[in-house]
Design a protein around this ligand. Structure first.
Ligand code: ZN
Length: 147
């Protein structure tokens, strides 16, 4: 097993057994539920947005260890980020898990371990689910503000 695969397995195990920011927010600004039919994962992401920043976010739902762990890691990466940069980080993460070099390595932190998912193409959707939910939530929020 390569070093990356070992790191990937360790991060997935760690975050799926004791996830961060798991549960529900009392006052979400926006929320989005997304389902991955291939694996049966469902993830709800809630964002509390204020002053153009993601002040808080949580996830809930059920699914495989990869979907849960990637959601937990995502909450750590995106908490406190301003909305534009959050989008850049989501894009960067998508680049990473499809085998490309990310731009914001320091900020992705533990999410970098998900580069290991590129070796398991059937699990890429699991690793993308919560990030996609956040992106969709941010899109909806933007539409709302432009009305
Ligand atoms: Zn899954």
């Amino acid at each position: 097993m390569s070093r990356l695969e070992m790191l990937y397995k360790a991060v997935v195990l760690d975050h799926s057994s004791s996830p961060n920011n798991h549960g529900k927010l009392p006052n979400p600004t926006i929320e989005e539920t997304i389902h991955n039919p291939t694996c049966g994962d469902t993830v709800l992401v809630q964002l509390f947005v204020e002053d153009g920043k993601i002040k808080d976010l949580r996830f809930d739902g059920q699914g495989c260890a990869i979907s849960q762990a990637s959601a937990s890691v995502m909450t750590e990466v995106l908490k406190g980020q301003d909305l534009d940069h959050a989008r850049e980080l989501i894009e960067d993460y998508n680049r990473l898990i499809t085998g490309h070099e990310p731009q914001f390595q320091d900020e992705l932190g533990e999410a970098l371990a998900f580069q290991g998912v590129a070796n398991f193409p059937s699990r890429i959707r699991c690793a993308q689910l919560s990030w996609k939910a956040t992106e969709t939530g941010l899109d909806k929020l933007q539409d709302k503000e432009e009305e």
